[in-house]
Design a protein around this ligand. Structure first.
Ligand code: HEM
Length: 434
């Protein structure tokens, strides 16, 4: 993207730093003068929400780690001590546990935005692949973190998921022993899971930085999917426009987050995880956290263990290949009648699989999960075909044209950017006539 920097150092200190390490210039170019399409809707605030959730998870996690003991004999009790004896320990833990759920809610909305508006298409393929990398790291971190309280679900969840690797021919069993650090999930497992659970969020900071760097290099997509044609008319500066919108969205999201944390802090968890881990007693139903349920349903829908593991991996990895699978030249699903219907079927299948993942793997549930799994994977076949066959609706010529009700901004009174919207969209003709 071309350089839009408007920074001019004002004080002696600013001039001094600017000549040596231009961090203030960098912050200004990134968060103040950076041009964003003027038609972004609230879906575009979820990246900011996600960044904040990552910071929140790291901050609360660091405080939890000060009191948590990664030893099978003490882990469960150390968590109970955090809840009862550590000052505001209950708050830190509930923020961290519910924060993971909020993080996933936000990431699924963020991904849906990308799918709907075709944000994965050229030139944003690397942003997309880095996004899937973020998702995989988040999933790994969430899985490892759930094992730490050493409750029944922690232990049995870890056992079921690590055992999946045993489906790999020849080397599978050895991989599982390496993961466990022994012949069953035990103390070495808990130790390494804690170590990795602490490490992964910092790796995520690295991949998120690359993700945002790539985004700032090519610029943001927008609801029309039409590229910026004229920076003067199609964009607005990041501050105040995007900043104010992001702050409003973040505060609203915090209200939502607070609802779960303060009013129903255990709703999204599982009651069995308040029972200390017992290798001798298997829970009646082993269920993962809600955000893994669609993938868990896909895993169980396939009758063969190795096939299930391959389907589970493919369900995530295929999404990373969408930039190359989608053959349509049009980005936004607003203008793609067939693509849009397919996407809604895909999204409904994903939600349906989430429900089925929480149900026992028997009878009608398994049959339904197979049908929805077929619909889920069907998207990756149907979308490339639809891209070749469908007739997209007429696209707007530019972003500003789509915003200013079919009129070019040049035909409207060109008020300064802080002018009221009504004034801005008033056509010049009516002004001269008046
Ligand atoms: C830790 C997780 C993530 C963080 C913190 C994050 C952060 C961000 C931020 C700050 C933005 C710019 C604001 C916005 O457009 O909303 C962004 C844009 C974007 N993200 Fe993410 N993201 C994450 C995960 C993902 C995932 C899982 C995907 C999809 C696979 C993804 C795909 C994208 C795309 C395509 C854009 C560009 C959107 C556009 O210009 O239309 N991100 N992300």
């Amino acid at each position: 993207m071309k350089d839009f920097g408007t920074y001019t150092p004002r004080s002696r200190f600013e001039r001094w730093t600017d000549a040596r390490l231009p961090v203030i210039r960098f912050a200004h170019d990134t968060a103040v003068s950076y041009p964003v399409p003027r038609n972004l809707n609230y879906f575009w605030t979820f990246g900011g929400i996600l960044t904040l959730m990552l910071a929140s998870q790291i901050a609360t996690g660091i405080f939890l780690a000060m009191h948590y003991v990664p030893n099978t004999a003490l882990a469960f009790e150390s968590v109970e001590r955090i809840m009862r004896d550590v000052n505001y320990g209950w708050l830190i833990r509930y923020l961290h546990a519910n924060g993971a759920s909020m993080f996933f809610m936000a990431v699924y909305i963020h991904i849906f935005r990308g799918l709907y508006y075709g944000s994965y298409k050229a030139p944003r393929e690397i942003i997309w692949v880095l996004g899937i990398t973020n998702l995989l790291i988040m999933m790994a971190a969430a899985f490892l973190g759930y094992v730490l309280p050493w409750g029944q679900m922690s232990f049995w969840g870890a056992t079921v998921i690590t055992n999946l690797f045993s489906a790999i021919p020849i080397v599978g069993d050895s991989i599982v022993s390496y993961l466990w650090g022994g012949y069953s999930v035990g103390n070495p497992t808990l130790n390494r899971f804690f170590s990795l659970h602490y490490l992964l969020p910092f790796m995520l900071v690295g991949t998120v930085t690359l993700h945002i760097w790539a985004l700032h290099h090519v610029g943001q997509n927008n609801p029309t999917g039409v590229e910026i044609t004229d920076f003067k008319t199609d964009t607005v500066p990041f501050t105040p426009y995007a900043t104010v919108k992001d702050i409003f969205a973040i505060v609203s999201f915090m209200v939502f987050f607070s609802y779960w944390t303060f009013l129903m802090p255990n709703y999204l968890g599982h009651a069995d995880n308040y029972i200390p881990a017992n290798p001798a007693v298997t829970p009646a139903h082993i269920v993962p956290e809600w955000y893994f349920l669609p993938f868990y349903a896909i895993l169980r829908a396939i009758p063969n263990k190795l096939g299930g593991v391959i389907a589970l991996g493919a369900a995530i990895l295929l999404v990373a290949f969408l930039p190359w699978l989608d053959t349509s030249k049009v980005r936004s699903m607003r203008y793609r009648p067939i693509g849009r219907s397919l996407l809604w079927i895909f999204a409904a299948a994903f939600i349906g699989l989430g429900y089925l993942g929480s149900m026992p793997a028997e009878g009608g549930y398994v049959i339904a999960a197979r049908i929805l799994t077929a619909l889920y994977f069907g998207y990756f076949v149907a979308l490339p075909v639809a891209g070749l066959l469908e007739r997209p609706l007429a696209l707007p010529l530019s972003i500003s044209e789509s915003v200013f009700a079919g009129r070019s901004i040049k035909d409207c009174t060109s008020l300064p950017l802080d002018g009221s919207v009504e004034e801005m969209i008033k056509p010049k003709v009516s002004q001269t006539a008046g």
